[in-house]
Design a protein around this ligand. Structure first.
Ligand SMILES: [Zn+2]
Length: 648
């Protein structure tokens, strides 16, 4: 087959290296189609879009043989009983691409996009080794647009995922999405590194060449140096096509790429023209899709994994079974409601299915095979990673770990803790927070306050020691400063479920210390105006967890402020009152006015409604004043507002 490389990859690499050396010594010899020019040195900014000269249409498709026979019946109606040959081609599960050549040189590569407009990804296309930069042969057309499918070879995809697993990175779901993502990379070197491959299968436009049929066209593409799929077969009649379908349905797992069916085309181009198009599809082609791949196996155990947001995900451990060419030993069960709905139990025989994704799913339980002694699965009440309580809030599908220092979720929690509206740790961004957790330097929030200058400098990877040492000093200062944040910020930063900024402020104002909150009963918390039972229960839960109690002690020991040091709240004079601020006040900024109101137990909201008690209107008050007048809401000018504050 011409599609096979004529030299080994290793030999190719050696030749390419020699060529690079020659070109480095003699830059005048470098040509645009030199293999060394496949990969540009610098990533580009973005891709220009490109309107396809001929739209990239999709094909009509079917999942059964009956419809395939109807496809032929429709053709027969138009062409009578002339002999019908079909080209049967494997349908590669990849990314459609259009390649443009001018006088035999590759000038452009465009993704399918929406079929009308795609991305011009020429640098990335050049980085695919199987794409010829220059066409071979004597009769090269002056203009050519050829189309095909870019794919991620399975063995390379598996190797990539193995590397990611080792590095503790999230696995890619499937070769198709990863190929598509790779083609969108702004750095063509990524495309080259990953080893994407391509099969070409159609000509959209050509000047200076002609073909009588699909089979002749494929042969010519090969002569020009294109890689076409070696399994394509010219079939004499529909029975031949069916034999091809069945053969590859059995053998599809032996391929180095994923296929999701077979494309059947009338081979003769004159007949194709005669048949033409419906409003949507060509009448001379159809895609036959293979059914989803399923297998039956036994659930040996149900395990629970903890995600970064603390979410618990149950996973079925299966008796290993061969499915879609790989051995499957795990399947996702999504969440406990899904398990309950399907009533999946340990010991059950289950049907599993592999879609495009790496991890298959459980479709259903084979109840006839259920062991007599089986019991329904009960979700764990504690986190399998840290042992803290795992709770499932009513109305939510997921169960979550309640420990904010849980190793499984610490990364996200630390980012939240350092946020500007929480502890405002200057210099501690998301990337650094991730590094701190991944290097094991920070195992809970309190660890942040134990880090010294040398540890921070090492973390900042001192490539430029001078610059990094300033960064390390600043970060150390930023961490130090954050110890003295107000109690409400600490409470918000801890990431207690349902405790947002407002609830944190109310709790801090009422209890005035972390110790007092820890000592409070649910009823005491619930009794605070505006704090609902869900928040109260969540706060109580959080402080009941031993890891969280330890955390509080360690934060205190590190010198983090856990008490409100300012004056006690002025009064509760404004309790139950809602204020809206509008216009400009002379004596107060917005924040100052808000603080004065909140210090008296009042609440500031952003828009005027029937619930609004007072509109505080400064100079140049606009539509809010109109709305308040319309609703009969009391309006305070600055003098009246000052008086009101004095009363409280
Ligand atoms: Zn946990």
């Amino acid at each position: 087959m011409l599609a096979k490389p004529t030299i080994s990859d290793q030999a190719y690499d050696t030749l390419e290296r020699e060529l690079r050396e020659i070109e480095a010594a003699h830059p005048e010899l470098v040509t645009a189609d030199s293999p060394t020019q496949r990969v540009g040195e610098k990533p580009s900014d973005a891709f220009p879009s490109f309107v396809h000269h001929v739209p990239m249409l999709s094909l009509d498709n079917t999942y059964n043989e009956e419809e395939l026979r109807e496809f032929e019946t429709r053709i027969r109606k138009q062409v009578g009983d002339r002999p019908l040959d079909y080209m049967a081609e494997l349908k590669i599960d990849g990314l459609s691409i259009a390649l443009h050549y001018q006088d035999g040189q590759l000038v452009r590569g465009v993704t399918r996009g929406d079929g009308v407009r795609g991305d011009d990804v020429t640098p990335n296309v050049r980085a695919i080794r199987a794409v010829p930069l220059r066409l071979h042969g004597k009769h090269v057309p002056s203009q050519l647009e050829v189309r095909g499918e870019v794919y991620f070879p399975r063995s390379l995809f598996d190797a990539l995922n193995r590397e990611r697993e080792k590095a503790g990175e999230e696995l890619y779901a499937n070769p198709r999405n990863t190929a598509a993502g790779t083609m969108k990379s702004l750095d063509a070197r990524v495309v080259a590194e990953r080893g994407l491959d391509v099969f070409l299968y159609s000509v959209a436009q050509v000047t200076g060449a002609a073909f009588p049929s699909q089979s002749r066209m494929l042969a010519t593409l090969r002569e020009w140096g294109f890689k076409t799929n070696p399994e394509s077969r010219l079939c004499h009649g529909l029975d031949d096509v069916l034999a091809f379908l069945h053969e590859w349905q059995e053998k599809r797992e032996s391929l180095e790429y994923d296929i999701d069916g077979v494309v059947v085309k009338v081979d003769d181009f004159a007949l194709q023209r005669e048949l033409g198009f419906t409003s949507k599809f060509p009448r001379w082609a159809i895609a036959y899709k293979y059914p989803a791949r399923q297998a039956t196996t036994v659930v040996e155990a149900i395990d629970v994994q903890v995600g970064r947001t603390g979410r618990l995900t149950p996973v079925a451990h299966l008796t290993p079974v061969l499915l879609a060419g790989s051995t499957v030993a795990r399947a996702t069960l999504h969440n406990e409601e899904e398990i309950a709905r399907k009533d999946v139990r340990v010991g059950d025989s289950v049907v599993i299915e592999k879609g495009g994704d790496v991890i298959p799913k459980v479709v259903e339980v084979v109840l006839a095979k259920r062991p007599k002694a089986s019991v329904a699965w009960t979700p764990p009440e504690t986190c399998p990673v840290c042992g803290a309580l795992a709770e499932k809030p009513e109305g939510e599908a997921d169960r979550r770990c309640t420990n904010t220092s849980c190793p499984a979720q610490l990364e996200e929690a630390l980012k939240h803790f350092a946020r500007r509206d929480a502890m405002d740790v200057e210099g501690l961004g998301d990337t650094l927070a991730t590094q701190m957790v991944q290097t094991g330097l920070v195992k809970d929030f309190a660890d942040l306050y134990t880090l010294d200058y040398d540890q921070l400098l090492a973390l900042l990877a001192p490539k430029n020691v001078k610059k990094e040492s300033i960064a390390a000093k600043n970060l150390l200062a930023g961490i130090g400063k954050s110890k003295d944040r107000e109690l409400k910020r600490l409470l918000f930063g801890l990431g207690i479920r349902f405790v947002g900024e407002r609830a944190a402020m109310l709790l801090a104002r009422h209890f005035r210390s972390l110790d007092a909150i820890q000592a409070a009963t649910v009823d005491e918390i619930d009794a605070i105006y505006e704090i609902g039972p869900a928040v109260a229960a969540s706060v109580r839960h959080w402080f009941d967890q031993e890891p969280n109690q330890t955390l509080v002690e360690r934060l205190k020991a590190a010198g983090v402020r856990t008490e409100e040091t300012g004056d006690a709240p002025a009064s509760a004079a404004f309790q139950g009152l809602q204020f809206v601020l509008t216009g400009t006040l002379e004596g107060y900024t917005r924040d100052q006015a808000k603080a004065e109101i909140e210090a008296r137990g009042g609440r500031v909201t952003s828009s005027v409604s029937k619930k609004t008690s007072f509109l505080v209107a400064g100079a140049e008050a606009g539509s809010k004043l109109d709305k308040a007048t319309e609703l009969g809401v009391a309006v305070l000018d600055e003098a009246a507002f000052r008086e009101k504050l004095a009363e409280g």
